[in-house]
Structure formats: structure tokens, C-alpha cells
Design a protein around this ligand. Sequence first.
Ligand code: KG4
Ligand code: ZN
Length: 343
Amino acid sequence: MTLLALETSCDETSAAVVRDGVVLSTIVSSQIEMHAEYGGVVPELAAREHLRNFQPVVRAALSEAGVGVEQLNAVAATQGPGLPTALLVGFKAGQGIAFALNKPFIGIHHHEAHLYSPWIERGGDALVANYSNFQPNVSLIVSGGHTMLVHVEAMLKHRVLGGTIDDAAGECFDKTGKLMGLAYPAGPIIDRLAEQGNPAAHNFPRPLLNDSSDDFSFSGLKTSVRYFIRDHPALLDDVKCVNDLCASVQAAIVDVLVKKTIRAAKRLGVRCVTASGGVTCNRALRSALDAACQKSNLKLRLAEKSLCTDNAAMIGILAEQKLRLGEAATSVDADIAPGMQLA
Ligand code: KG4
Ligand code: ZN
């Protein structure tokens, strides 16, 4: 099966061509620099940029894969959740392409695609889905818009355990970074600066760490950093102090994410933990998850760094899997679902 996949739920315009579990091409055009000026994603600008980028990105994906449209057997696109005007671009275009080719169209839940992205491995130059070692797991999805824990009970069978009740973890990185005067998105910058800092320099709160739920909360941590900076403004002029601040904020976020993930895995008796989403690029999170899983004898699968942030490859791999397992196609008249919940 050769499938064209499209992803435009937020600020990445992405197209991928997938064939029999192999990612033949994946093109991602990020708008991050455009939105950096505004300190966050501006939905209307994102939609216009998707419209501008869509055709070149799809053409590049087809050409890099060496696939003509006539060779496509199906088309997939993100249906939700996401920014409505952004989703519309990829979803409606995908339906149009499928209709014109008279091929099945399949709408994909963005988070469901994240859940299975850790099973896409790098095999030589190619990214390949490998479900041979698939097992029930607890999956952490952690990005600028979402922070959630999901129990993946079996292939395509999952249950949301908890999520953030306020800010997402990526949002906490970005907003605390802004308080420190760092550019948007601050997550990768904090990751870099924290490497030179002392994570024990400041003891910031670990919200809901000892709460029995699988929910997260990061707004209190952000507020605590705000008051800390208000009371010690001179620290921002000292490179070492900024590095310590970054390392301490990062340690608080990572601590909560890792401990709650491991606790859920142990409670549910799964032997495997997976993680994906933009914040999974964070090196401290990757190594802390690795250490915690080793200590608890859990298998860890982290999404490839290139697949942590939003991409159409994960949409295509999941869509192909769904079609292969007999899931019904989505109508070419179906609507986007910006508030779609993970079932
Ligand atoms: O998944 P993503 O590309 O977009 C959505 O939010 O859906 O994630 C972007 C988020 C931003 O908040 C960004 O700061 C964060 O992921 N991020 C990181 C790192 N790389 C990206 N946060 C911490 N450390 C990183 N290395
Ligand atoms: Zn995402």
C-alpha cells in the first residue's frame, strides 16, 4: 500500500509518503520563526502559511519518494485536535486528493499518531514501523499543547489516564523561558543552557507529584518562577545564574513527568513505557526516563527525535496500520474535529 499523509494541525506543514510500513519521504516545513516574533502560534497566520506551503511540501514528498499521484492507494490527514483553520488546510486538501483519485481517505487523531510514533525505528537511512516487539504500554505525550498519559492496552486500543489541568509541559518551558528573556520556543534553549547549570540550585515546586491521579499541572511552577525572578531580577544578568535557573526549572518539569509516568506503568502492570511529542526532544527528560525505566525494569521506547515534533510520517504509518487492520475509511465529506478527544 502506498499512502500520502498530511499533517497541518498546528505550525508545521508536513507531508509524507509511506509504503508497507516504510517512510519513503517525510517533509516538514516549520513556521516556528514566523511565530517567534509573537511569542506563540498565531492561528490565522498559521493557516495562511499552511496554504502557501502546502503544494510545495506535497510535491517535495512525492518527488523524494519517487511516487506519482497515480501510484497512491490511499490518502490520510490529521482530523483533530488542533487549530481549526490550520487543520482545514490539510484535511480538506487530503479529501480533495482522495476524491479526485477515487481512493480511500482516512482522518487521523493527532495524539493517536503520537502514541504509535515510538514504534517507528531508523533502519539505515529509512524510518520503518516495527511492531514486532509491540506490547501494552504507558505512553507519555508531551508537547507545547498537550501533556497526557495514555494506557495503550493493545494495538489501536487505548485509554487516557490523565492530562494537564492547565499548562502543557512545553508551554511551561516556553513561558518560564520568556520570563527569563529567552526567545520562543524556549524549550530547546533551556535544554541547552541547563546543561551548564545546577539542577539543585533552586527547589521549584513539583505540582501534583504526590497526587494519586495521573493528571499534571504546570501553571503553579510557572508562577513560582515568575515570583522568583521578580524577587531576584539581577540573576538574569549573570550567565551562571540563568543556567542554574534553567536547570532547576527543567529538573522540576522532568521530575514530575518521569515519576508520574513510571508510577502509572507500575500500577497498571505494563512492562513498557513510550514517549513522544516535542518535549521528548529534551535530553534531560530522555536520560531521566531511561534511568527510571532501567531501575524499574521497564522497556523504554522514545520517539526518534525527528518524529517527536509534529510530522506526517506518524500520521501515514498509523493510517496504513488502520487500513490494514480493516478500519473503515473516513467520508470525503467529513469535517475536521478541532476538539477531538482520544477515545
Ligand atoms: O510537538 P511540538 O512540536 O508541537 C506542539 O506543541 O504540538 O512541541 C513543541 C514544544 C514547544 O513547547 C517546545 O518548547 C518544546 O516542544 N520543545 C522542547 C525541546 N524541543 C522542543 N522542550 C524542552 N526541551 C527541548 N529540547
Ligand atoms: Zn503533536
